[in-house]
Design a protein around this ligand. Structure first.
Ligand code: GLU
Length: 548
C-alpha cells in the first residue's frame, strides 16, 4: 500500500512537518548535565502526598542541576477534569516550595515550549501521527467495542495474552479500499501503532530508581489517537517530552508495564529516549503488613490534611526528604541550620519498592523543625494557621503578639531546645492557659488533703516576689517544702517514701496547677514572669478560694 496516500487520506489538514516542529522547539540552552523535567498531572483536583514526592524529586533534580521544571497539564480526559484543579495544584506545590519555571500557570501558559495543555496540542500530535502512517508505522482501526470485547473473550477462553496483537490485530493489514469505504461510511476509527516487537525478545534497561530492568518487547498495537483525535497518554508522552526537550521523566511506577511500548514509540518516532525515574508508591504499615496509601482509607494521603493538622510546610518537606533519601537525617544532624534545599538530593537513593510513610516519624521531624524556628517565626506560622483553623485562638494570638511570642520563646534556642509542638494544633493545649478564657480548673491529686494544697499555696503567696531570679524563686519553693515536712531530697524519698508526705515535686505541682490549671507546663518561673505579679497572684488566690 502507498502509505503516503493513506496518511493524506487520514490527515488531510496536516501541513506542518516534524522538521518544522523541531525548529520551532529547539534544544534548550542549558549547562551540561542540566535536568529538564516536568510534572504532568491530570487535572482531577486531588493533590496528594504522591504529587509532592514526585514534585520534590523532579524539582530537586531540575534545580540542583541548573535545569528546568515545567508543568504540563494532561487534560486529554475531559470527563475527569475538575475546574480549578490546575490552579489548586500550582498553589499547593508552591506552598510546599515547589515552583515551576515554565508551563501552565494561573493565567495561561508561560514558556517557549507550549502550549502546555494537551488538548491545545492536537495539531502537533497529528503531525507525528501522519508521519507514522506515511511510514507504515501506524494505521486506522475501525473495530467496534463489541468486536474488541469478543476478541478479549476468545483470548481469555484460549488462555492467551489479551490485547490487540498478532493475528488479533484485525485492521493491521487492510487495503486502502477497505479503509476508504469505512471512512466514507463515516465510521469512527482510532489510530494504532504497528508493533514489530515480539514477546520472545528481551532487553536491558536502566531506570534511575529501579536500577537494571529486563524488559520484554511490546507486541501490542496500542492506540495512539482516540476516535476524537485526542492522543492516548503514551503517544502524548512521547511527542510532548520530545518536543519539550525533557531529559528525565519522573513518574509513578504504575507506568512501568507500558514502558516497553514507550521505548518502542520513541524509537519509531526517531526521538532520543529520556532517562526514566519510576517512583514506587507510598506505603504504610497496616498491622504487620505493608500496603499502598489509599485515597479512600487514608486521610493522610491528601495534602489538605497536613495543613489542617498544622504541620509546617518545612516539616512535611523535610519529612519527604527523610523518606526519599536515607542520608538526609544524618545530613540534618550535621547541618541543623542549613536550608533543606542545600542538601544534595539523589533519585538513586529512592527505595525502588516505594517509601514507607510513618506518621510518628513525621511528627518527630516536625518537632525538630519547629524547635529550630525562632519564636517570631513560630508565632507567625501558628497565628496564620489558627486564624483559619481555630479562629478564636487565632484572634487571641493576634491581639497580643508580645505575650504569645514571649510564651513561644520559652525553652527555645540553645543546644537542646524544647520540643513541645509537633503541629500547630498542639499549641492551644500547650499554652492556652495563658488566656483566662482557656484556663481550666485544676484537679489536685486526691492523695493530698485540700488543706495541704491550700497551705502550700498560702505559703507560696507569702514569699512570692516577681523580682526574684529563678534560683531564689526555686529556693523559696524548697523552703516551703521543708517547712511543710515534705522533702527536697529525692534520694531520701525514694529510699523511704513513707517517711515524708511528699516531695518538692508535689509542692511545685500544686503551685503549677494553681497557676496554669495543669500538671504540665513550660518552666513555671518563666510562666509567672510572663503572667506578671497580679495575674499570677489572682489565679492562685482564686484556686485557694475553692480549697477553703
Ligand atoms: N498524567 C500522568 C499521570 O498523572 C502523567 C505521568 C507522567 O508524569 O508522565 O499519571
Amino acid at each position: 500500500m502507498d502509505y503516503q496516500v493513506l496518511a493524506d487520506l487520514l490527515f488531510p489538514h496536516v501541513t506542518d512537518t516534524p522538521e518544522s516542529l523541531e525548529e520551532r522547539f529547539p534544544l534548550r540552552e542549558v549547562p551540561e548535565g542540566a535536568v529538564i523535567t516536568r510534572m504532568a498531572p491530570s487535572p482531577t483536583g486531588f493533590v496528594h502526598l504522591g504529587n509532592l514526592v514526585q514534585g520534590l524529586t523532579s524539582e530537586r533534580m531540575a534545580h540542583q542541576s541548573g535545569g528546568v521544571l515545567f508543568l504540563r497539564v494532561e487534560d486529554t480526559d475531559a470527563k475527569r477534569e475538575v475546574p480549578g484543579a490546575v490552579e489548586v495544584l500550582i498553589d499547593t506545590l508552591k506552598h510546599y516550595g515547589i515552583q515551576f519555571d515554565e508551563g501552565a500557570t494561573h493565567d495561561g501558559d508561560a514558556g517557549l515550549y507550549g502550549p502546555y495543555r494537551q488538548r491545545q496540542r492536537a495539531g502537533i500530535y497529528h503531525v507525528y501521527a501522519k508521519k507514522l502512517v506515511s511510514e507504515g508505522q501506524a494505521y486506522p482501526c475501525f473495530c467496534t467495542e463489541e468486536q474488541l470485547a469478543a476478541m478479549r473473550e476468545t483470548q481469555e477462553a484460549n488462555k492467551e495474552n489479551t490485547g490487540y496483537y498478532g493475528k488479533y490485530a484485525m485492521w493491521r493489514d487492510r487495503s486502502l479500499e477497505e479503509i476508504r469505504s469505512e471512512l466514507n461510511a463515516g465510521n469512527p476509527w482510532v489510530l494504532r501503532f504497528r508493533s514489530t516487537g515480539s514477546i520472545e525478545n528481551q532487553f536491558k534497561f536502566d531506570d534511575l530508581v529501579k536500577g537494571k530492568l529486563t524488559i520484554t518487547e511490546n507486541d501490542v498495537d496500542h492506540v495512539l489517537l482516540k476516535s476524537d483525535g485526542i492522543p492516548t497518554y503514551h503517544f502524548a508522552h512521547a511527542v510532548d517530552d520530545h518536543l519539550m526537550r525533557t531529559t528525565h521523566v519522573v513518574r509513578g511506577d504504575e507506568w512501568l508495564p507500558t514502558l516497553p511500548f514507550h521505548i518502542q514509540l520513541f524509537k519509531a518516532l526517531g526521538f532520543k529516549l529520556p532517562k526514566y525515574v519510576h517512583i514506587g508508591p507510598l506505603m504504610k504499615m497496616d498491622g504487620t503488613s505493608k500496603r499502598k496509601l489509599s485515597k479512600r482509607k487514608d486521610p493522610e494521603l491528601a495534602l489538605t490534611y497536613y495543613k489542617a493538622e498544622g504541620f509546617p510546610v518545612e516539616a512535611v518537606y523535610e519529612y519527604i526528604l527523610t523518606i526519599l533519601n536515607s542520608n538526609f537525617e544524618d545530613w540534618r544532624r550535621a547541618n541543623p541550620d542549613a536550608p533543606a534545599d542545600t542538601f544534595k538530593f539523589s533519585p538513586k537513593k529512592l527505595n525502588p519498592a516505594g517509601s514507607l510513610f510513618d506518621y510518628a516519624k513525621l511528627t518527630d521531624v516536625s518537632k525538630n523543625v519547629i524547635s529550630r524556628m525562632d519564636a517570631a517565626k513560630v508565632y507567625e506560622l501558628l497565628t496564620e494557621w489558627a486564624k483559619e483553623f481555630d479562629p478564636d485562638f487565632g484572634s487571641k494570638l493576634a491581639a497580643d503578639p508580645e505575650l504569645a511570642t514571649a510564651v513561644l520563646a520559652i525553652g527555645r534556642g540553645g543546644k537542646k531546645p524544647r520540643k513541645d509542638l509537633a503541629v500547630w494544633k498542639d499549641a492551644k493545649p500547650y499554652m492556652g492557659f495563658f488566656y483566662d478564657e482557656y484556663l481550666e480548673a485544676p484537679v489536685f491529686d486526691e492523695k493530698f488533703d485540700k488543706s495541704v494544697v491550700l497551705d502550700a499555696l498560702t505559703r507560696f503567696l507569702e514569699k512570692f516576689d516577681i523580682n526574684d531570679d529563678a534560683n531564689t524563686w526555686f529556693n523559696k519553693v524548697k523552703e516551703i517544702t521543708e517547712e511543710m515536712g515534705f522533702t527536697s531530697d529525692m534520694k531520701a524519698y525514694k529510699a523511704d517514701p513513707s517517711a515524708f508526705p511528699g516531695t518538692v515535686a508535689d509542692i511545685s505541682t500544686f503551685i503549677r496547677q494553681a497557676t496554669t490549671g495543669k500538671t504540665n507546663s513550660p518552666d513555671l518561673f518563666t510562666v509567672m514572669q510572663i503572667l506578671g505579679y497580679d495575674r499570677t497572684v489572682a489565679r492562685i488566690r482564686a484556686v485557694m478560694e475553692t480549697l477553703k
